[in-house]
Design a protein around this ligand. Structure first.
Ligand code: SAH
Length: 373
């Protein structure tokens, strides 16, 4: 990334790049060449677009254009293979992205192929990976167990900045979809449904440009109900996960203040109406907080509430962190919670914690790094 402020091309669609080329008096196929260089080649500089004539590259640079791929500011590799990135945008704001080799099994059971494995490059010791990306700098939703909430919301990311995180991580890891299998989760910092248009623009760039199939993508919302219906009507869309985290309004409002605006009844009504595709399942996420929402009675109450919805439940034992007033339940407690749900016929998975040794909790990397610097 250049230090001078450039206008980013990463974020432009094929149509927009084609129009740009035509406006410059260039043949329209140059638009596709740029599109492929940015999203498939993942070039970091216009100079590196070898398919364009040198004079054209120079003209683009002189117009103040640049690629705008986020810059890897920090990279932490965990003993479990997880890689956490702090990625800097052109204005210096940074967000987190995480690469998890082999996924964590949390994709299983939702009707996608994401849980299958495949033979691949023997030089790499994993054959598929999940990348988790951010949708906003910080977050406004204020969930009481989440570290990103402590940052507040700084700004929305643009579609290019959201898709650009994937480009930066793929580039860093030398991973190339569609040959290399990549799953994508919009579960990093921010609430995607409070930055809906940019989030959806990123999805389209990632499908058309980076060539990650929508069936390998999942977006998670804290429960911005009106957007759930909008999302269901999208012709191209990831799968949907909803962060439930509590089986009743009293508890949910305490943990997630946005429940005052959209309570469980309206949220679950939207979930029931959500138009699922063939073999698709909704995912409900449930962060288990020691002694707060993890009792057997909570599991039974939860099973009642989601009854009849074609969904699976992902249980996540809290990733603890500084400034979070909750603890992580013991493994036995998590398993008991799971077995109650399973006995009621609800497919329930326990997501294993990742990268605990590298500031694992959501939002913790940014906060920790900024506190140190
Ligand atoms: N705003 C969206 C997406 C980002 S959070 C949402 O709320 O769904 C992604 C997931 O991480 C959510 O299910 C959230 O409940 C969970 N989460 C947040 N903080 C966590 C923590 N400290 N430990 C474990 N999971 C956490």
């Amino acid at each position: 990334m250049s230090t001078e402020k450039e206008s980013a091309l990463l974020g432009f669609s094929l149509q927009q790049l084609t129009k740009l080329m035509e406006e410059l008096g260039e043949p329209s196929y140059r638009g596709r060449q740029m599109f492929e260089a940015i999203y498939q080649g993942r070039v970091e500089r216009i100079d590196d677009i070898s398919t364009l004539p040198l004079t054209l590259r120079r003209r683009l640079v002189e117009k103040g254009l640049g690629i705008g791929q986020p810059e890897v500011q920090k990279r932490f590799v965990s003993s479990d293979g997880t890689v956490r990135y702090l990625l800097a945008m052109s204005d210096g704001q940074s967000v987190e992205a995480v690469l998890m080799p082999e996924g964590d099994g949390g994709e299983a059971g939702d009707g996608s192929e994401a849980g299958d494995s495949r033979e691949t490059d023997p030089a790499r010791n994993w054959d598929r990976a999940t990348i988790c990306i951010s949708s906003q700098v910080g977050c406004a939703v204020d969930c009481q167990f989440c570290l990103t909430a402590l940052l507040g919301v700084k700004r929305n990311l643009s579609g290019g900045e959201i898709a650009g995180q994937v480009c930066a991580v793929l580039q860093d890891q030398q991973v190339n979809p569609p040959q290399d299998r990549v799953n994508l989760v919009f579960m990093g910092m921010g609430e995607p449904f409070l930055n809906y248009e940019n989030f959806m623009a990123a999805v389209r760039l990632l499908v058309d440009g980076v060539r990650i199939p929508e069936s390998r993508m999942t977006v998670s919302t804290a429960g911005v109900v009106p957007r759930i219906a909008d999302f269901g009507a999208e012709p191209v869309r990831p799968k949907l996960a909803i962060s439930l985290n509590a089986p009743n309004d009293e508890l949910r409002t305490r943990l997630m203040p946005l429940n005052r605006k959209w309570n469980l009844e309206t949220l679950l009504a939207a979930a029931r109406e959500f138009p699922l595709r063939a073999r698709e399942r909704l995912t409900f996420e449930y962060v288990l907080l020691d002694g707060v929402n993890d009792a057997p009675d909570h599991a039974r109450e939860l099973a009642e509430r989601v009854r009849g919805i074609r969904a699976k439940i992902n249980l996540i034992a809290l990733n603890p962190g500084p400034g979070i007033g909750y603890g992580t339940p013991a493994a036995g407690r998590v398993m008991e919670f799971q077995s109650i749900l399973m006995a009621k016929g609800i497919p329930t998975f326990i997501r294993r914690p990742r990268g605990r040794d590298i500031f694992a909790a959501c939002g913790q990397l940014k906060g920790t790094v900024e506190a140190l610097s």
